[in-house]
Design a protein around this ligand. Sequence first.
Ligand SMILES: [Zn+2]
Length: 146
Amino acid sequence: MAKRLNAHLKKTEIKKLKNKLLAEEERIVNKQLSKKIEFKLNSPGENKDDVDSANDNILVSTDLRFSNRELLYLKKIRKAISKVDSEEYGMCTECGDNISFSRLWARPTSDLCIVCKEESERAEHQSSQGRTSKSLGQSMSLVSSI
Ligand SMILES: [Zn+2]
């Protein structure tokens, strides 16, 4: 049998994580669905015979009012779920290293190992600092040339 990419995770662990991801997805989608249904109930003058088919439409509708943040999170969740199916879940997208179960359990959407995550945060921090010191350096040399 071919070795799984994410063989560091037990099948039961992957199952648990997938369930967690699916539950998260459901929670976000349901939150939006209940908003939408409320909205429907509150709008008068709709053809009552359409209610059943309207409910069907709600289930398949992509026209949900997600905030950008929720939409981004939902995308991350769905990406993680598709990775579970392709057995790439739990691998760092940066260096291909294993991401531990405990880290995934705390944050099922993580796609970087701790080392790469810290690296990317440091790089972000440095680039914002780099900009500051660069402009500071320019104004300094300006001052010294005067
Ligand atoms: Zn990594």
